[in-house]
Design a protein around this ligand. Structure first.
Ligand code: DOR
Ligand code: ZN
Length: 345
């Protein structure tokens, strides 16, 4: 198969930022995807419905009139989030998910949750109202090895949480380990996981190949080759619990290439063709539509998009720009050392 047509995909985990970065990166998503779950880790974070509605409007204002792209907004959970805010967000149709960042675990997570117990009143109302919890599944404990933080989070936090809220929809975002994949497979329909293109394509050696490469650094950090293989198997399997979330996370090159450089990989220009290429390599193109366009919508209780897009395999490698310009700055575009032979028609 050298060409494939699928229902228009959605991106179930996306960082668009704000201001000049938002303006520069949004077209790459809006031209291909029907909808995207927009992450709330702005500075300051999106902690109220009012702030989420204003952010949504800024996103819409960056699109040409009558453009069909729909940003699906999230709230940033804190120790002090009020249950009434969830009810308001649901009633007004603004809030599609609530994001749990363990405080300190990743970029702009310092206002995140210090103890999940403190959020139980909020989780109760989310379970009642059917508002899913989107989880950054890494323990923030400097004593835990960075490659083990997902597994330890599952054991210490996620598993007890699921037991206490058995009907709360939970998304283990950017699953990054075989342990995480196996855990999602072992439980029921209330737990799903997003998978990023970079966790499907790189492993921890990629961060050091040819010298330290900050553009391969994200959180959760890429793990062993055996983890990458498990993630790929889950993605291509067609299992409805696994769906695409790019975690495209643009940072200026100057913020990446420094001591204390930021975690995050900007992949929205290349995610879809790389994933098509990977599905082809695994002999699983027939499951591409489930992963990109059906499973996530089903998990979120939404219909799939009605229109379609096509991808084709080309003879010469597609040229991928090294970066995009953002004012006087640049944002690096994700690419691997493998040439890319798939393109959107
Ligand atoms: O790599 C990451 N970048 N992981 C996250 O959890 C946050 C994201 C960002 O916002 O830059
Ligand atoms: Zn993210």
């Amino acid at each position: 198969m050298n060409e494939i047509t699928i229902k228009r995909p959605d991106d179930w985990h996306l960082h668009l930022r704000d201001g000049d970065i938002l303006t520069a990166v949004l077209p790459f998503t809006a031209e291909l995807y029907g909808r995207a779950i927009i992450m709330p880790n702005l500075k300051p974070p999106v902690t109220t419905v009012k702030v989420a509605a204003a952010y949504r409007q800024r996103i819409l204002d960056c699109l040409p009139p009558d453009h069909g792209f729909e940003p699906l907004m999230t709230l940033y959970l804190t120790d002090n989030t009020e249950p009434s805010e969830i009810r308001l967000g649901k009633d007004e149709g603004i809030i599609r998910a609530v994001k749990l960042y363990p405080a300190g675990a990743t970029t702009n997570s310092e206002f995140g949750v210090t103890s999940i117990k403190k959020t139980y009143r909020v989780l109760e109302i989310m379970q009642e109202l059917d508002v899913p919890l989107s989880v950054h599944g890494e323990i923030h404990d400097p004593g835990v090895d960075i490659f083990e933080r997902e597994a330890v989070f599952i054991d210490r936090e996620l598993n007890p949480l699921r037991k206490n809220f058995p009907e709360l929809g939970i998304i283990l975002e950017h699953v990054s380990s075989k342990t995480g994949v196996d855990y999602v497979r072992s439980v029921d329909r209330y737990l799903g996981a997003t998978i990023t293109p970079h966790h499907m394509l790189i492993n921890r050696s990629s961060i050091f190949a040819g010298g330290l490469n900050p553009h391969m650094y994200c959180l959760p950090v890429a793990k062993r080759e055996s983890d990458r293989i498990a993630i790929c198997e889950a993605a291509v399997s067609g299992d409805p619990r696994f769906f695409f979330g790019s975690d495209s996370a643009p940072h200026r090159v100057t913020d990446k290439e420094k001591t204390g450089g930021a975690a995050g990989i900007f992949n929205s220009p290349t995610a879809l063709p790389y994933i098509a290429q990977k599905f082809e390599a695994e002999g699983a193109l027939e499951n591409l539509e489930a992963f990109m366009s059906l499973n996530g919508a089903r998990f979120y209780g939404l219909p799939p998009n009605s229109d379609r897009i096509s991808l084709k395999k080309v003879d010469a490698p597609v040229s991928v720009p090294e970066f995009i310009e953002v004012g006087p700055d640049r944002v690096n575009v994700f690419q691997t050392i493998e040439p890319l032979f798939w393109d959107v028609v």
